[in-house]
Design a protein around this ligand. Structure first.
Ligand code: DAK
Length: 257
């Protein structure tokens, strides 16, 4: 493995990002965010991009949080700058035009959980542990969890997790809707393969449009959001995908997008 803290594996438009500081359980320091920002600058220009997967290196952790050693002596001004840089980077991850999926392979705490929340959805190994333990360190989440967690699991459960700092296992994460699926640790890679095959087999404009309709629609009132869906639906017909997709269905063959 290289010395990079974000290891990029790129196969036919499916990009797997591995956060790699395994000795510190992949804790997030400013160097990780700087590297992630640089990788995102590249991904944002890629027209061939189909999906992004994000995971953690090693056997124990997805990400065990922000780097406590780095954060410990921050002044309020430094904390604001650190949070600002990270928040902007996670927003850029969230709004990538293709599905972004977290493969959570172990501890997913604090800033790690906030990365998973910035992804479109998350899949967890059955040994994964989730939590927002910041209050036990005398701080609050600073990478978006106070806002994205209630949007994903509802305000009551978000407040439960963010004020108690309690950790939950993968089964509870599944039950509250924090993750979409749970599977044995050694099944994650096969699942990633199956998922990316499925995503890559669909119309790329359609997949991007579906993501955009859901994300942008959530920030609008229902009527405006439904109008957005109509516009994006109509726009699909400006390209070749409906002809190929529906033509393939009629011809009883697989579409070639
Ligand atoms: N930061 C730095 N190092 C960490 C780390 C972390 N978050 N988590 C683990 N490590 C390091 C450990 O120090 C240890 O290093 P060595 O002693 O070997 O040098 C190594 O990783 C292995 O960890 P352990 O020996 O502790 O391993 P265990 O299996 O015994 O325990 C654990 C695993 C995940 C339960 C434990 O390491 C743990 O509790 N880690 C801390 C988890 C945590 O509290 N995470 C939340 C961090 S706070 C904000 C910005 C961001 C945030 C908030 C505000 N602003 C700018 C406003 C976000 C904050 C957080 O994420």
């Amino acid at each position: 493995m290289s010395d990079n803290m974000i290891v990029v594996d790129d196969k036919a438009g499916v990009v797997r990002l591995t956060i790699s500081r395994p000795k510190a359980l992949n804790a997030l320091n400013s160097a990780v965010f700087t590297e992630l920002a640089s990788v995102l600058s590249d991904l944002e220009t890629r027209h061939d991009l189909r999906a992004v997967l994000i995971t953690g290196a090693g056997e124990k952790a997805f990400v065990a949080g922000a780097d406590i050693a780095e954060m410990r002596d921050m002044t309020p001004e430094q904390a604001r700058a650190f949070a600002g840089q990270a928040l902007q980077t996670l927003k850029r991850l969230e709004v990538l035009p293709v599905p972004v999926v977290a493969l959570v392979n172990g501890f997913c705490l604090g800033g790690g959980c906030e990365i998973a929340l910035a992804c479109d959805w998350a899949v967890a190994s059955d040994n994964a542990i989730f939590g927002q333990p910041e209050v036990s360190l005398g701080i609050i989440p600073g990478f978006g969890a106070t806002q994205r967690l209630p949007r994903r699991v509802g305000p009551a459960m978000a407040l439960d997790l963010a004020t108690t700092g309690r950790k939950i296992d993968a089964a509870e994460a599944l039950r509250i809707g924090l993750v979409n699926r749970v599977m044995p640790r050694d099944a994650l890679d096969a699942y990633a393969e199956e998922l990316t095959t499925q995503l890559s087999g669909n119309g790329p404009v359609a997949v991007r449009s579906a993501k955009r309709a859901v994300h942008d629609g959530l920030d609008q009132d229902l009527d405006s959001a439904l109008a957005l869906e109509t516009s994006l639906f109509a726009l699909c017909f400006a390209g070749e995908e409906p002809g190929e997709g529906m033509g393939a269905f009629m011809a009883k063959r697989k579409p070639r997008f």
